[in-house]
Design a protein around this ligand. Structure first.
Ligand SMILES: [Zn+2]
Ligand SMILES: [Zn+2]
Length: 136
């Protein structure tokens, strides 16, 4: 996985690219990730900070300390989380999978903070599955 990846926020003001390999990709089930993303869990792609470059919208990025260890950076205009940094992962930038322009290129290899995993997450594919929203 040594391709060049690009990413952006929903409104397109903030853009970044990544050169170099993905260090790690994981689904994080912690309650902080639930809160800051609004989702059941968060898929995070770790890359080397030196391989990460903001290519647009630098002035639109706001940082918010979500805990004493983690800071979330998001687009001030549309609110999309663009990247995170964590003191336990020095030299790394943590990208929310959904911020990548092509999230299909990454496959997470682990689940972390499983003690906070919602009980229905392991059963996702046992639910009724529709290619699109039914009726919509
Ligand atoms: Zn935006
Ligand atoms: Zn988390």
């Amino acid at each position: 996985m040594a391709e060049k990846m690009t990413g952006s926020c929903k409104c397109g003001r903030v853009r970044f690219h990544v050169t170099g390999a993905i260090a790690m990709a994981a689904n994080c089930h912690c309650n902080t990730c639930k809160k800051v993303t609004g989702g059941a869990f968060s898929t995070i792609v770790a890359v080397e900070e030196n391989d990460f470059k903001l290519t647009g919208g630098q002035g639109e990025v706001t940082g918010y300390r979500v805990s004493d260890k983690a800071t979330k950076y998001f687009c001030s205009f549309c609110g999309t989380p663009v990247y995170n940094q964590h003191v336990d992962l020095p030299g790394k930038v943590l990208l929310p999978l959904g911020a990548l322009d092509d999230p299909f290129v990454v496959t997470p290899t682990m689940n972390v903070h499983c003690e906070d995993m919602l009980s229905w997450v392991p059963k996702l594919m046992q639910m009724n599955n529709f290619d699109r929203s039914p009726g919509g």
